[in-house]
Design a protein around this ligand. Structure first.
Ligand SMILES: [Cu+2]
Length: 128
């Protein structure tokens, strides 16, 4: 019984990670942040991440500063890795290029700075 519960948990976790690889909506404070990546799954090297920020009324926000931070905790033989990429606005989309340096699970924080306040949307990507 315990084994079965563990298996179900593992499957659910796997599904959660996979679902973040395509397009996902996340909350950052009062904002809704839609994240779309050009590659599914993301790969080592360059990937494009498009971010659309919407306010409470569903209107696209185009006067924010959007930064993408991505990191992997340290593991045996590998120090912690932290990178940062500024997103550039084009139309209503903020585009950042991220370059994960190894395969595995990366933590991504999309920071939305606007009006003297910064809100963060968090997701995990599984890099192949
Ligand atoms: Cu690593």
């Amino acid at each position: 019984m315990r084994k079965l519960a563990l298996l179900v948990t593992v499957l659910l976790l796997t599904a959660a990670v996979v679902s973040t690889a395509g397009a996902t909506a996340r909350k950052a404070g009062d904002y809704t942040v839609d994240v779309t990546m050009d590659r599914n799954p993301p790969v080592m090297g360059k990937n494009t991440m498009d971010v659309v920020v919407k306010d409470k009324t569903g209107k696209a926000v185009t006067d924010a500063r959007v930064t993408v931070e991505y990191s992997m905790p340290g593991m045996p033989g590998m120090p912690a890795m932290n990178y940062k990429s500024d997103a550039a606005l084009k139309g209503e989309t903020y585009r950042a290029v991220i370059s994960p340096s190894m395969a595995g699970s990366w933590n991504v924080a999309v920071k939305v700075a606007r009006g003297g306040k910064t809100d963060t949307a968090r997701l995990t990507i599984d890099v192949k």
